[in-house]
Structures are given as C-alpha cells and as structure tokens.
Design a protein around this ligand. Sequence first.
Ligand code: F6R
Length: 609
Amino acid sequence: MCGIVGYIGEGSAKDMILTGLKSLEYRGYDSAGIALNKKGKILLRKESGVIANLEKKTGKPDFDGCVGIGHTRWATHGSPVRENAHPHLSADGRIAIVHNGIIENYLELKSWLKKNHGIVFKSDTDSETIAHLISVFYKGDLIEATGKAVAKMRGAYAIGVIAADEPDKIVAVRKDAPLIAGIGAGCNYLASDIPALLKYTRDIYLVENGEIVLITASEIKIYDEDMTRVKREVMHVTWDAAAAEKGGYEHFMKKEIYEQPEAIRETLERRLDEGGNIKLDGVTLTKKEWGRIDKVYIVACGTASHAGMQGKALIERFAGVPVEVELASEFRYRNPLVNDRTLFIGISQSGETLDTLEALREAKKRGARILSICNVVGSSVARESDDVLYTWAGPEIAVASTKAYTTQLVSLYLIALHMGRMRGFVAEDEYRRVIEELRALPEKAKATLKTEEHIRKLAERFYIKEQIFYIGRGQDVGTAYEASLKLKEVSYINSFAIAAGELKHGTIALIRKKTLFVVLATQDALYEKMLSNIEEVKARRAHVVSIAKKGNKRIAKVSDETIYIPQCADEIAPILAIIPMQILAYHIAKLRKRNIDKPRNLAKSVTVE
Ligand code: F6R
C-alpha cells in the first residue's frame, strides 16, 4: 500500500513532502525517504521505521530544495531496512525514483540490466530496477526515458521520477496503483492519495491507468500511452481531512471492501514468478520439510478462523495432508495432538490476538513448525513464527475484517498449491489451472463489486429483519459463517450460519413465513443439492436470496432474488462470494444507523483472553 509524494515549485520540497507523507500514514509503512534535486545534484535521505527518523536525518537546512519526491514503504520485496527504503537511485546517482506497486518481471529485468549494463544492485527490491532502467534509456529527456522503461515493465505501479539534469520537472506514471497530481500556485504536486495534498491544494487531476504525467512548477501535462496529450477535468475536492483518509467513502469498511481487487493483486502477484510458479517469500521450509509434514493445524479467531475453514479444504485437496481447523481460544485447553511433524498455521490480521499467540506458543512447545499468515509486519505473531507469509492488504482500519479475509484466502491458496507441489501431490495441469484462475481474480473481484446497487436495494427491503440465516454446502459453508459474522457484528442482527444439509436436523423448526435465508450456491458440484435446499425452505414460506455464479439460471427461478458473481472454478468462488455478503452487511448496518467502523463492544485487535 504505502504512498508517494512529490513537489516542484519555489517553496521547501522537504517540508511539503514530509507533511504529505505523514498524511499518508494510514496507508501503512515501515520506512520512508526523500530525494531532492538541488542545483543539478540528487540529494537522498532515507530511514527505516517511523517518519520521525527521517525527519531527524533531513533536519539540517542544507538538505532542502525546490523539487523532490518522497515515499513511505511497506516492506514487500526485501526486509524493512534502510537499503530497501525508497527513493532508489540509478547507478550514476542521477535518476531517483519512488514506486508503489509490484514489478512482476523484475527478476528478468534485473538480469538483463546486470548482463548488458553491468549494474550492481544495492537493494532487494523490485523497485530499484526502475531507476536503472530509466537511466539506461536516458538521453536527456526524462519523460521519453520513463516511457521506454515502463514499456518493458509488467505489473502494477505508481512511479515518481526526478533527474539531476532536468531540475525543472517531475515525471510520473501509473498502472493499477493510485496516483493524483495537485495544482498549486507557482508550484505543483504529486501524490498517491488526496490526504497528502489537502493542506496545499484542493484542485487535482486523477491520473488514469497507462498515463504518464509531466509536472513542472507552472503546469501539469498528462499523456496517454502513445504520448498523445490528454485533456482532463480538474477535480475540486470538498472533503475534509477525515473524509479524505477514507478516500471519499463514507466509511473505512466500504473503502476496504473496494480495495479488495488491489489487495488481492498485491498478495498474489508478488508470489508468482514469470512462469506462474509460486515463490513463498518469508517461508523457508525445504522440499524435505514440506514432505515430512503429516498433519496441519490451522488456528485462528473470528474471521481469520473462517479463512482457516477454506484453508482446510484447499490443503487437503491440493496437498493431500489432513488438516484440523481450531479456534485459538480452544486449542491450548484440550491437549492437541501436535508433534514435530505438525505444521501449525496461525492466521491473524493484527498479529496481536492473544489467543492465537498463546496457541502458537503452545504448538511451538510441542515441536510444531510455525507458519503464520499476518497482515501487520513485525507483529507478535509474525515475530514468534518460524515462517511468515504476509497478506499485502494494507492497514485495515474498520473493525469488521474484509480485505484481510480475502487476502488470507489468497495466501492459503498459495500455501496449499505450493505444499502440494513440494510433496508431488498436485498434478501439474491442476496446479496451472488454479494459478490461471487466481490470476483472473483481481478483475473478477472488481466485477463483483458492481453488485452493490442491486444489494443496496435488497438491503432497503431487509434491514428491518431481526433474524437472518445463511446456508451453503462445501466451501460455501465457510463463506456462510463469514457472511453471518459480518452481518451480526456491524448490524447487530441475530444471524445464523449452518451447513445446508444440517437444516433438517433441527434448525428448520425456526422457519416461519418470510424468514430470510441467504443461500450460497457457488459450488457447481453441489448446485443441485442447493436447489433442493431452497425448495425445502421455500416450502416453509421462507424468503430466499441466492448467491450463484453467472449463467446459473435455474436458481433465479426458485429464489426470490439472485445475486450473481462472475464465472469461476468452484475452489475460487469463496473469494468472490464473500464480497456481496460484505456489501449486504454494510448496507443493512448503514440503514440501521450503526457505528459501522467501530461496532459496539468490539476492538480491532483482541489482546486479552
Ligand atoms: C471480524 C473480525 C474478527 C477478527 C478476529 C481475529 O470482522 O475482524 O473476528 O477476525 O478478532 O483477529 P486477527 O485476525 O487480528 O487475529
């Protein structure tokens, strides 16, 4: 997630950039840096840790200038140390870049730069490649060199660039990562997000995918991929600072729901190499060690435990190892059967949930190998684990977990497939098929968000209900649990999730006229059975809202309402199916006038037993 900021004008670039970076703190970061162009020389300062560390480094008056770029980094490629912090310089120190996103083909570019230009890399990042690439193409025209460099890059990026030889400009370019340019008086700005600029200007240009921007003190020119000048309307921002942090959304929960396509892409793409092979950074288990595992425990709380339910299905299917999913609050009180052939997977967004942490310690004592899935870099769970696979969801501020959940699912797919390959269990064509399905996920998640208007209208009809049931089969059971939790925590409606086949063993007694059933029917293999379950509850005069894959028309005939998600393989459906459920919970809570981002009695991180 992290953020970039740029300034060009007559004032102090350093001051503006530091203020801008502080306003982007909510995006999360673990190091920060600034590069300035002063009299044809690039000055660079960067530090790991909080922005105050950078402020100390940039404190002296001789470190200032009228043009510069800055960055807050959240470690992905390489650890959060000074060397990996941005900006990065070209080998001759005359080009500086800041970058948000992922350069997917950076290894290929890196070896090309090493081989053909003898470049020695100073960091472990993918981003450093960009500085060298621009420098290789640089013949005195920064915008031309940047254009040539991005034509070689694949991935997602928002990049800011300065060149020592062109102190009168900043060049920026964007693809699948947010970027705006701000219009000042005698100066102009660049940033990842509006809050960074609110103290300075409210007039901005939204930069679109594929566009390249030339910023001087007096003008901002936007070009498309063919270098044709683009005309863009100025957007005047009327939000206050608090609203701007929410990116114009009314609540963090909604913003975070909408950030899911990007968060999924971040979590996924960094772990796939050119050939579509999974590389689990932060996981050091060898092929032999993967092979020795004879049991997996997935342990977590709340939403993270629902991700664990999906993880069980995935690991058993792709890696052929039996998996138990346990609530962390139960695990250590029941003498779990753990030994040195057990892999303990702890899932925690915050990495500070005490029950999960204590369960992890207990498993460690009993000899298990500890692998955690965490969203917060350097958190307690991450630090106490043998291996960590980070979800790159960016900070999750709303108490109700949304993007952390979907990125936990992505991480579990990666672990299951990688484990299956290391153990020689998953067939190669199956592995490839699922990787392709995963790669299509960010776009499909984006398409799923389009269900919002339909769901908002449904919420208007159902928000007065005092009880809602969620049912599903197979992997839809976990989705039903998570959908139900989402609804109850933000709307305070008494909701209940159950495997559809269990209904007739008791719960069916609760059905009365117009009892609302949300039916998850995304599993092709169980589709017919779900149709029967719908008939079963309809016969008792329940009201049915179904969630199905596009193209499944029969379900619309038997349901009162149907929400469609894009076509996808059954195993992938849980990631898409939860999105409309999050949106439903959000709109019902909004209509009931709940404190959506901070529901009563709940805390974001539960550090007590
Ligand atoms: C629900 C929710 C909680 C958390 C649970 C675990 O929306 O957010 O159920 O999932 O408290 O928290 P972490 O993942 O931080 O360990």
